[in-house]
Design a protein around this ligand. Sequence first.
Ligand SMILES: [Zn+2]
Length: 319
Amino acid sequence: MEKLLCGVDLGGTKLSVGLVYPDGRILDKIIVYDHILKDEVAIVNYITELVRRVISANNLSESDLEGIGLGFPGHVRYKDGFAITTSNLKGFKNFPLRDSLSSNFSVPVRLDNDANAQAFCEFKFGAGRGYDDLIFLTISTGIGAGIVLNRKIYRGMTGTAGEFGHTIVDPNSDFVCTCGNRGCLMGCACGLTLPARFRKKIEKGLKTTLPVGNNFDFSQVDGKMIKQGLDRDDPVSKAIVTECADYIGIGIYNIFQVFNPPVIILGGGLMNLGEFYFNRIKSKFYELARDMIFDSIEIVKSEAEADAGLIGAAALLLE
Ligand SMILES: [Zn+2]
């Protein structure tokens, strides 16, 4: 029997551990949400317990595994297997995550940034199949990205390459990113900016057709609400989506100029905003790239679903 891959997707709200076939199908998985208040050591022990649980639930043993791939929601020092920092979990400041987990198992453990893992998942099993190079961007609460070049993840010197979310697209922007800089792509266009964008439009006197009362708590504004607005032709929602899409269009235009990739794959929760959003991103990109495109470039939606993080983490073992 071909060996199974074990994937661990360690997120800021969800921790999933699963067994994945080498073709990307999931055999079994366990999802928990009660890891977030634990410290680093307790999380490593929890992951260990969950891996052992999913192995024994399927009457397997560790020797049936090719290894364990772990996707981490923050910066990773790849060669050393360190978690450098994350804004999604407590602690994990220069923590030897790979070796801590690996000391509990006899099979190899691979650790990488979760967006890198998802990019590789698209390359192996998703919208990037058949390409040697691709750029993947995930647009949700934040913006993450991964670069696959010559069929391998490009990580740079430390392992933090591909942080397109922190490239600056508008230095005069009112929006300050979580990193502290003004006008990062993430600071301008991720889900976190939606409440402030909505409030500004209302304060300027724009009328929304969404049910928003006098004491409306703008922090409730999220992608789902803006999508409802789009569906009912709400001018405020349309204006916000147009602004955000234009920034993503600028971002992928910059990516195009740097990498000249054959395909750019867009994923993440905000892609649920639908065709209005996606089309606006593409039209901004083509407006900027104009006659500088010499071979056609594909800008496509991610094929990955809810388990992309898990499958991607497992796929790290196939690199
Ligand atoms: Zn930033």
